[in-house]
Design a protein around this ligand. Structure first.
Ligand SMILES: Nc1ncnc2c1ncn2[C@@H]1O[C@H](COP(=O)(O)OP(=O)(O)OP(=O)(O)O)[C@@H](O)[C@H]1O
Ligand SMILES: [Mg+2]
Length: 315
């Protein structure tokens, strides 16, 4: 049985100017110890999907349909009290930009220790000891427990935020753009840290980023999202070496390579307004291969090889 099984998940924001269908009929699963990379242009619904999985969708958003099963438990049917027990204990999230949202008035140690005191009944001394151990596990000095967030560099803050996501030993961590805003050297260090914790803790990770090269480095499988939908999903090898969807191909062609001076191309146009997405395939207005059927009917996910699925009328 998969650790996480998401089926036909819909998350909509009910705004005054219309319903934003930010996640629309998303289906995928995740095995224990597996890393799934989730990529797509800005605004395609990556963060919203993460919020949905952890049950923290900001208003006016809510789950409008579908199911999320974690370890046999249907999360969309839990009461907020029951969900609170699952959140952080079984599934945690590193929020986009979280390193800039550490509480400035508390020490790093206190912020790490607090959930252990509240959720696990640790004494303050036990919790601080565990916080110090975890800081060492993410490559920081244990004395950091006494420091305040403003005394840390960006890379150090990001390590603290990663430690926070691990403090209650979850099975699944959703990491939303965890290296964006870091310089390339620190970014590489943080990527190595993710590889280390993945192996040591046998964690499942959903790694959200707009940067496909990071996904190539860490993910076992890749899901490509466009305008609220997963358009292609498969193993990293399948998706990177043999992409099928024109959108995936476009994304891969827009990665600049320093050594081979190939011409980079980009996808013309912009993603649609999710209050009124185009009919049929949502990518058709930007697709060089668009046919009549693409403008009329939405393509279903089809297997193009074992484990590799694409939603496109070309196949
Ligand atoms: N609180 C909100 N109210 C209304 N619409 C929202 C809200 N939050 C997000 N949206 C809309 O939902 C869609 C998906 O947003 P989301 O933040 O999930 O995208 P993303 O893929 O994470 O983008 P980025 O790469 O920029 O972080 C966007 O069209 C966005 O405008
Ligand atoms: Mg986001």
């Amino acid at each position: 049985m998969a650790l996480l099984d998401v089926k036909k998940l819909k998350i909509y924001y009910y705004t005054l100017s219309g319903i934003v269908k930010a996640v629309d009929n998303v289906t995928f699963s995740l095995e224990k110890g597996e890393v799934l990379g989730l990529a797509g242009e800005s605004g395609c619904g990556k963060s919203t999907l993460g919020y949905g999985l952890i049950g923290l969708i900001p208003p006016p958003g809510r789950v409008a349909g579908g199911s999320i099963v974690l370890d046999g438990k249907e999360l969309t049917k839990l009461s907020s009290e029951e969900l609170r027990k699952v959140r952080w204990n079984e599934i945690s999230m590193i929020f986009q930009g979280a390193m800039n949202a550490l509480n400035p008035v508390y020490t790093v140690g206190f912020q790490l220790a607090e959930p252990l005191i509240i959720h696990k009944g640790f004494t303050k001394r036990e919790a601080l000891e565990r916080a110090a151990e975890l800081l060492e596990a993410v490559g920081l000095h244990r004395n950091m427990v006494r420091r305040y967030p403003h005394e840390l560099s960006g890379g150090q803050k990001q390590r603290v935020v990663i430690a926070m996501s691990l403090i209650l030993n979850p099975k699944l961590v959703i990491a939303d753009e965890p290296t964006t805003a870091l310089d390339v050297v620190v970014q590489a260090q943080i990527m190595n840290l993710f590889k280390k914790i993945k192996n040591e803790y046998r964690l499942s990770i959903i790694f959200i980023t707009h940067d496909l090269s990071l996904i190539a480095e860490i993910a076992d499988r890749v899901a490509i999202m466009y305008a609220g939908k997963i358009v292609e999903i498969g193993s990293s090898e399948q998706v990177f070496n043999n992409p099928y969807h024109p959108y995936t191909k476009g994304l891969l062609n827009s990665i600049p390579r320093i050594r081979h001076k190939e011409k980079i191309t980009w996808i013309p146009g912009v993603p649609p307004d999710l209050r009124a997405p185009p009919p049929g395939c949502r990518f058709h207005p930007r697709c060089p291969y668009a046919m009549d059927v693409c403008r009329r009917e939405e393509p279903e996910m089809k297997a193009v090889e074992p484990g590799h699925y694409v939603a496109c009328w070309l196949y």
